[in-house]
Design a binder for this molecule. Structure first.
Ligand code: NAD
Length: 467
């Protein structure tokens, strides 16, 4: 049994949700499905804990993050194994996630929130302070639950806030276990972890004593959260969907560039917000690159044996969406690798490459969030930049070119939070990860990400007032 962490106690709610291993469709655990009353008790505990934590010195907060990082490291094998069973993904990929989560804790443990002096002369002194906001509601999605939860907890706690975290309903186990492992390290009520479905998330977001919502998930849910946050004007960081374009210039060698493009399109079986989801390739190398990508997809090992690099779709609802996109691919393009669900238990889909498909089709215009890559032909650079920018989403993009100056000139014209050059999805705790358009609001990661968990406060002193 996996417990929630509320007010320093490991606890359960009256109702439960099954958790399914997507590699064999078996129920592997039951977790609490928190109701509004349980959410309320977690928020109230966080409100109380905040009053003490907001006055702590930053050194004490840093130490807590270091203790959490150590706990993560010491229990990395267990947590990675849990990630494998709730995600179905290969073990090395699970270890990669645990390690990334630890690096977030360590990065933020090194950050400072120094007072900025805006002006200081004989008449006045103006200081800019960074204050905590209060209770942060952190809500994470199923594709990388541990890392996307800890990347919120770390900056929130360092800035002096308390937290109520809700992991995703279909892969909550690693996060709940982390809560059990650190329950005795964290001051009572400072970090609360509540499991549950979408209604639990909604109850958390609507709670009037929550000051900020840090959400990673779909654009549709992000919009609901923005609406419900309006009543009490909660602060928001929304990291939402992506439909990243990659533009490949004709000066690259198709054989040389293909492995990197392939890795950046199919990582975690395509279930990553900022990977390549639309691959625009110049006509001059289109056929050759399509061939290389298809060969790599056909050679990839999909499954859950030790040698496999690609796991299943994480849940049945997402599998059904992905199968819908496969139908679309058959209708509007030519499938040159994959194109089917694997005939075995589990939600496995063969890595799929689709050529001769164009903008204006669901597979290109929407976010499939699965192992299907459309490759789109272009001839004119101005036109392809326009097509890349046509999306309502603007999370990431990339340009692939031997000529770095040409690539940088193109990058400057793309409307996305990040543009990578000759790589994609190169994320790091120290690098801000901003959003544009309907991919969200605000920034996660880096020092800029930390500032999102603070309220600026100006102290403006008149040194010569006659009073
Ligand atoms: P989702 O929006 O369905 O769910 C995300 C979380 O929100 C879950 O914990 C869910 O229970 C909760 N939730 C659902 N309805 C809610 C509501 N009304 N109020 C509050 N919480 C609610 O997303 P998902 O399907 O779990 O994740 C996939 C999506 O996440 C994709 O679109 C992907 O691009 C996006 N994503 C974005 C990033 C990023 O950094 N931008 C990273 C990973 C995933």
């Amino acid at each position: 049994m996996f417990h929630m962490l509320i007010d320093g106690r490991l606890t359960e709610a009256p109702h439960h949700l099954p958790v399914i291993d997507p590699s064999n469709e078996s129920v592997i655990a039951q977790v609490s499905d928190a109701d509004a009353e349980t959410i309320d008790s977690a928020v109230k505990a966080a409100v109380t804990a905040f009053e003490a934590w907001r006055t702590t010195d930053i050194e004490e907060r840093r130490q807590l993050l270091q203790h959490l990082a150590k706990a993560l490291q010491e229990n990395a094998d267990e947590l990675a194994t849990l990630l494998v069973s709730e995600q179905g993904r290969p073990l090395p990929l699970a270890h990669f996630e645990v390690d990334l989560a630890r690096r977030y804790l360590e990065f933020f443990a090194d950050q400072s929130l120094d007072v900025e002096i805006i002006a200081d002369d004989s008449n006045s002194r103006v200081e800019l302070h960074r204050k905590p906001l209060g209770v942060v509601a952190a809500i994470s999605p199923w594709n990388a639950p541990l890392y996307l939860s800890l990347s919120k907890i770390a900056p929130a706690l360092l800035a002096g806030n308390s937290v109520v975290l809700k992991p995703p309903p279909t892969s909550p186990l690693s996060v709940l276990r982390f809560g059990e492992l650190v329950a005795n390290l964290v001051p009572r009520g400072l970090l609360n972890i509540v499991s549950g479905g979408n209604a639990a998330g909604a109850a958390l977001v609507e709670h009037p004593q929550v000051a900020k919502v840090s959400f990673t998930g779909s654009t549709a849910t992000g919009k609901l959260i923005m609406r419900s946050a309006a009543d009490t004007l909660k602060r928001l960081t929304l990291e939402l969907g992506g439909n990243d374009a990659a533009i490949v210039l004709p000066n690259v060698d198709p054989k040389a560039v293909a492995p990197a493009l392939f890795g950046a399109a199919f990582f975690n079986s395509g279930q990553v917000c900022a990977i390549i989801k639309r691959l625009y390739v110049h006509d001059a190398i289109y056929d050759a690159l399509c061939e290389e990508m298809a060969a790599l997809a056909n050679a990839a090992a999909v499954g859950n044996d030790a040698h496999c690099q690609f796991g299943p779709i994480q849940n049945k609802a997402q599998l059904d969406k992905v199968l819908g996109y496969l139908d679309d691919a058959r209708q509007h393009g030519r499938i040159i690798a994959g194109g089917h669900r694997l005939e075995r238990p589990g939600y496995f889909v063969a890595l799929t490459v689709v050529r001769d498909i164009d903008d204006g089709t669901p597979l290109v215009d929407e976010e499939p969030f699965g192992p299907i890559l459309p490759i789109i032909r272009y001839t004119d650079i101005d036109d392809v930049i326009k097509r890349a920018n046509r999306s309502e989403l603007g999370l990431g993009a990339s340009v692939w070119s031997k000529d770095l100056n040409a690539a940088q000139a193109i990058a400057a014209r793309i409307d996305s939070g990040t543009v990578w050059i000759n790589q994609h999805c190169a994320l790091d705790p120290s690098i801000p990860f901003p959003t544009r358009k309907q991919s969200g609001i605000g920034v996660e990661s880096g020092h800029e990400g930390l500032l999102e968990y603070t309220a600026p406060q100006v102290i403006n002193i008149n040194k010569v007032a006659a009073i």
